[in-house]
Design a protein around this ligand. Structure first.
Ligand code: 5AD
Ligand code: SF4
Length: 464
């Protein structure tokens, strides 16, 4: 399509979740085949693309702000083209195209990236605004291998973790959530196709694979379920650890928990989004489980997988939530003792059932007060859980050395995904080493390697 002479330069900025990071790599791969060049300086770009996220609060305000900022910085006469990709594209197409002050040139939803070269050409050659936000029941991008160079860039040259999208979309329609509208229905890649990508990644030196999906444990391809997929991925030589994100509590059959318990490559960490601890609110959220069922599941997981780490997502101030109902959430948090929690104040998302049916009637000050109490409680629990590990021996996968920080410390992760800080030594990102946990902070663990590989560098920055 494009020839070498007119090679266009693209600056791509990514917002939001890991799936968006992954999608940006797909976009790079698709456009590089068409001879586009990716640049890191937005001022050198002919095309600026924003891969947007609709899940965060004020998402559209941020994107509008960013687009105005690019237009201002480049000047009125600049021919730079601006494209919007991702979840906001689907949600706000009409607004984006009609708002003349925004001057968006093209829009591509999460299932339309293969059409990007065509959309860009239409915008360039015919000067028309082009868009494709069609959501597909089939598109899984299984024929596109994400751009390796960019994976390297993200991993700062050290190949440790690679993400793979194994399913896309969500059929759950939790009432607060925009994902089913922006990313469409659930669909999965074949196990062979996923395993083939894992083999390539193992060949490139990656040690850890994180399987991604909006509802990853609902993975299903013909008769193959998520347990089958995890087991197959774990058989790939060279891959030491497997993680997954993000699951729904409804899809944890015993078969899957037993596999997690038995298979040493599958990390003993489950993200188990609670969202709320009160049954009336859970029902209004359409979460499909009760407080009691959630607690039973958490108990079963702990019994089947000793030492398992649990993390969660919680929303405070869902419409009509009372103080007493919020207390139910605090109670669940106390009982389960999640290692980590991601906590959010409820806010409306365009197009969701909650936005249509329930006025956002919990006062901002009450939401703030609730989230403050929750954060404080969770901080104590996280610290307690971290302290419980002091004196234990843990296997740690070392992360890439953070070159920009120029520190004498090396970060790594336990099997349960807790951050561990080690002194520099004869090891590098991607190594799996045994350590003694020597101390804990509310956010991390400190450790010493068990083998005598420690290489002290007595510079002022060293904090041991
Ligand atoms: N308001 C607040 N938090 C939300 N989340 C999703 N939608 C909303 C919303 N409308 C949170 C949920 C989800 C996480 C990714 O974002 O907790 O699990
Ligand atoms: Fe959103 Fe997750 Fe619920 Fe799907 S399961 S609607 S992605 S919160």
């Amino acid at each position: 399509m494009n020839n070498v002479v007119t090679q266009k330069k693209v600056f791509l900025e990514t917002y939001g979740c890991q799936m968006n990071e992954y999608d940006s790599e797909l976009v790079r791969s698709i456009l590089k085949k068409e001879n586009y060049e990716f640049v890191t300086d937005e001022f050198k770009a002919d095309i600026v693309m924003l891969n947007t996220c609709a899940i965060r609060e004020h998402a559209h305000r941020k994107v509008y702000g960013r687009v105005h900022n690019i237009r201002n910085a480049r000047g009125e006469d600049s021919p730079v083209m601006i494209g919007i990709l991702g979840c906001m594209a689907t949600n706000l197409r009409q607004e984006l195209l009609e708002d003349r002050s925004l001057k968006i040139d093209f829009i591509a939803g999460p299932d339309s990236y293969k059409r990007l070269p065509q959309l860009i050409n239409e915008a360039f050659d015919e000067g028309q605004k082009s868009y494709d936000i069609t959501l597909s029941e089939f598109e899984t991008y299984s024929d596109i291998y994400p751009s390796g160079e960019d994976r390297d860039k993200h991993e700062t040259k050290s190949r440790v973790n690679a993400w793979i999208a194994v399913m896309r979309g969500c059929n759950n329609f939790c009432t607060f959530c925009v994902v089913p509208y922006t990313r469409g229905r659930e669909r999965s890649r074949s196990p062979e196709n996923v395993v083939e990508e894992v083999r390539r990644l193992a060949g490139e030196g990656y040690k850890q694979i994180t399987l991604l999906g909006q509802n990853v444990n609902s993975y299903r391809y013909d008769d193959y379920d998520f347990a089958y997929l995890m087991d197959e991925v774990s058989k790939v030589d060279g891959i030491e650890r497997i993680r997954f994100s993000s699951p729904h509590p409804k899809d944890f059959p015993d078969r899957f928990l037993d596999l997690m318990a038995e298979n040493p490559k599958i990390c003993k960490h489950i993200h188990l989004p609670l969202q709320a601890g009160n049954n009336r609110i859970l029902d209004m959220m359409n979460r499909t489980y009760t407080n009691e069922e959630f607690l039973m599941l958490a108990d079963k997981i702990k019994k089947k997988i000793p030492g398992v780490a649990l993390s969660t997502d919680i929303i405070v101030g869902f419409p009509t939530e009372t103080d007493n109902e919020f207390d139910d959430t605090l109670e669940v948090v106390k009982k389960v003792e999640f290692n980590v929690a991601f906590m959010f104040k409820y806010s409306e998302r365009q197009g969701t059932i909650a936005t249509k049916k329930y006025p956002d009637d919990v006062a901002p000050a009450i939401k703030t007060e609730r989230i403050t109490r929750l954060i404080e409680l969770q901080r104590e629990i996280t610290y307690k859980k971290n302290k419980e590990l002091v004196g234990s021996i843990q296997t740690v996968l070392l992360e890439p050395y953070p070159e920009a920080k120029n520190t004498n410390q090396m970060p790594g992760r336990t099997d349960g995904n807790v951050l561990v800080i080690l002194p520099l030594g004869d090891y590098k990102g991607g190594d799996l080493i045994q350590v003694n946990i020597t101390d804990a902070t509310p956010h991390a663990l400190k450790a010493m390697p068990i083998k005598n590989t420690c290489n002290f560098l007595p510079t002022p920055a060293f904090k041991g």
